[in-house]
Design a protein around this ligand. Sequence first.
Ligand SMILES: [Zn+2]
Length: 281
Amino acid sequence: MAVKEYSLKRDGEKSLAPHFKVREFRCQDGSDRILINEQLPTLLEALREKLGSDSIVITSGYRTEQHNAAVGGAKGSQHLKGNAADIRCKKGGAIIPAKEVCCALEDMGHAGGIGYISETAVHVDVRGYKSWFDEAKGKNGIESFYTYFGLKKPEPPAEESSGKISVGSIVTVKQGATSYEGKKIASFVYGREYRVDELSGNRAVLDKAGLCTAFRTEDLTLAGEAPEPEGKTYTVKKGDSFWKIAAEQLGNGTRYKELAAFNGMDVTDTIYAGQVLKLPE
Ligand SMILES: [Zn+2]
């Protein structure tokens, strides 16, 4: 939460996040005093990961009153408070379109300022409440950048039949399915639960001791609940991101990478409402 004060001369080379140093947030008028909200470098680092960007250039970070006035900044601008950065994001030498950056911040559930400045530049701030806008067109109160830009939001993947079938799984046979070899099945089979005793490719032999029939795995449905993951878990809500969950559940947004890795995921992976994540200690 805290805004910290730095000296360009003394702290310029200090790292605030793996890819961001104090000097990158300095006022463009060369002033020594720099204010930086500690959430800002963490957010930029998370954005860098999310975009797969290899360089985020801050074209305007902290601004003194004089400099803000000189560049025609808004009165009470978040730049004056050390909360904001205007950025250009690059990947493989090319600039990532600003629309894409705005949408990435939306995907991350960033509940702060996001401003489309131009085709290549984005304003981002950590004011603490949602304020999404298009500076180029002077439009405030944008609800979703996807809708605003007429872009399609990526769909969550189609739901799979809850997990994978393996030897030992308890399954039911889908109504009307035939055996692996295409033979008709006695109707009582459909209502019952069987254990998978053998599995090779999509061929699953059920209940060797009794039924002893092979089926295609796509004709089987896992019965019963998947075992509860051990330890603490968190169910993803709409608007969550690794960064947000790490901040709220682990007490520190900078643990977002650890959280993703703990769940066998990458920070660029999209998470969906209802998904259960394991929380590291
Ligand atoms: Zn700005």
